[in-house]
Write a protein that binds this ligand. Structure first.
Ligand code: UD1
Ligand code: CA
Length: 457
């Protein structure tokens, strides 16, 4: 199948330097949504697929954003003379022996099942996806005969008063037999109110040639929403988020409020997961059975093990968290941190590129950077692992059952032996031997009879 996606329009009303189709919806550009949905349908039907995106305004930026996608071709439409003209630019890149599916890059919510219905409706002919709207103003109208057969599409600006009364509108998404489509496109004229080459005019040509055009009515008008402004982008984002919430609940999550829940990527949840309000999930996040996430948390590219609890106000990025772990409130985990089962990370603790083995704890006010921490270690309140000497970062190794006292500083590179204790307030710069108490702080002295200075008269 050929997939042609129109994305050359300017999107002036977005008032943005970013080309319209690159604006994200649920964490991915609108264009990425359209490409992926169309390709999933095409791949589901087997056979080869070719994807061509027609770009114009911001063409370089759009191409760059997809530079890693070898499966997507770009063609330039310059100037933009209408939707029919746009598809014409893609003609040299498409294969005549497969049908062509046309979509818009700024209509990102269309569902694979709906596209599949469109393709089924077309058979070996043509099909247009339509929707009935209470307020059809601005859209192309679907003109049918008394039997319900589609005759043509008339744009709002070219329509008679009667035609403007039609509530069934063109979504812009259609599928057509490619060899015929090419011939129809070649015959388009711009003799209309907008002096544009309308893709919609191929419908009347098909009908004139006796090619059946199915009008497949979408049942969910939200799928057809397009984006021309920030307000429409926000509306589409909400629709995408309500789908994400529905999917999470379907998979077994309890959401404190589905309207205060945002997924900007992919979230996998097990059974009996509970997610409190105002959490944001970015990238790939997986929450195993029984995980509880408190309010106002951000999780990006994390996996959380069964039964773990993340209390409110945590920021977790690129971390692997073991089963039954306790995180937060107010904890920060940074990339490549791995916490084994039963680890506790408490309030105002930052962990970066470190591993903590089973049941180790850092409960209060600590920084643990570039450290390998054994089992059952207790990192005392205010302990700082000083990993950075101003130029280079160094690793710290802490053995099983070690305890660091409150307000201790471990200056890396350093090893704290198994079972060692570091006295509170110590700054240790050399190896801390296993099993011993090491104290590195000024000795306490008391100056007897000392008097505070008094104010001079
Ligand atoms: C088009 C349809 C209309 C339909 C409506 C649905 C035509 C003639 N009209 O109208 O029947 O109801 O969409 O939203 O097709 N584009 C290009 N190059 C161009 C012009 C447009 O790539 O030269 C792209 C735009 O970026 C956009 C899409 O095509 O993604 C639709 O363009 P737009 O100007 O919004 O079409 P409408 O006039 O609204
Ligand atoms: Ca439009």
């Amino acid at each position: 199948m050929n997939i042609v996606i129109l994305a050359a329009g300017q999107g002036k009303r977005m008032r943005s330097r970013l080309p319209k189709v690159l604006h994200p919806v649920a964490g991915r550009s609108m264009l990425a949504h359209v490409i992926d949905t169309a390709q999933s349908v095409a791949n589901g039907r087997g056979g080869p697929t070719r994807t061509v995106v027609v770009v114009g305004h911001g063409a370089e930026q759009v191409r760059d954003a997809f530079s890693d996608r070898r499966d997507v071709d770009f063609v330039l439409q310059q100037p933009q003379l209408g939707t029919g003209h746009a598809v014409m630019q893609a003609v040299p890149r498409i294969d005549e022996t497969w049908p062509t599916l046309v979509l818009y890059g700024d209509v990102p919510l269309v569902r694979a099942e709906t596209l599949a219905r469109l393709l089924d409706g077309a058979g070996s002919g043509m099909a247009v996806l339509t929707v009935r709207l209470a307020d059809p103003a601005g859209y192309g109208r679907i003109v049918r005969d008394w039997h319900g057969n589609v005759l043509r599409i008339v744009e709002q600006k070219d329509a008679s008063d009667d035609e403007r009364g039609i509530s069934e509108v063109n979504t812009g998404i259609l599928v057509a037999p490619t060899a015929k489509l090419k011939a129809w496109l070649a015959r388009l004229s711009n003799d209309n109110a907008q002096r544009e080459y309308y893709l919609t005019d191929v419908v009347a040509q098909a009908v004139a040639e006796g090619v059946r055009v199915a009008g497949v009515v979408a049942d969910d008008a939200d799928e057809m929403l397009g984006v021309n402004s920030k307000a429409q982008l926000a509306r589409i984002e909400r629709v995408a988020q309500s789908r994400a919430a529905a999917a999470a609940m379907e998979a077994g999550a309890t959401l404190a409020d589905p309207a205060r829940f945002d997924v900007r990527g992919e979230l996998a949840v097990g059974a009996d997961v509970f997610i409190d309000v105002n959490c944001v999930f970015e990238g790939r996040v997986s929450l195993a059975d029984g995980v509880r996430i408190g309010p106002n948390c951000v999780l990006r590219d994390c996996s959380v093990g069964a039964g773990a609890e993340v209390a409110g106000f945590c920021h977790l990025d690129g971390a692997t968290i073991g089963a039954e772990a306790r995180i937060g409130p107010f904890a920060r985990l940074r990339p490549t941190s791995r916490l084994a089962d039963g680890v506790h990370i408490g309030n105002f603790v930052e962990v970066k590129n470190s591993q903590l083995d089973v049941a180790s704890k850092a409960n209060h006010l600590s920084y643990v950077g570039d450290a390998t921490v054994g089992r059952n270690v207790n990192i005392g309140a205010g302990t700082i692992v000083a990993n950075y000497d101003g130029a280079n970062k160094h690793r710290t190794v802490i053995g099983d059952d070690a305890h660091t006292g409150s307000n201790s500083v471990l200056v890396a590179p350093i090893t704290v032996g198994a079972g060692a204790t570091v006295g509170a307030g110590s700054t240790v710069t050399r190896e801390v031997p296993a099993g011993e108490l090491t104290v590195a702080r000024a000795k306490q002295v008391t100056v007897r009879g000392w008097k505070r200075p008094a104010k001079q008269k």
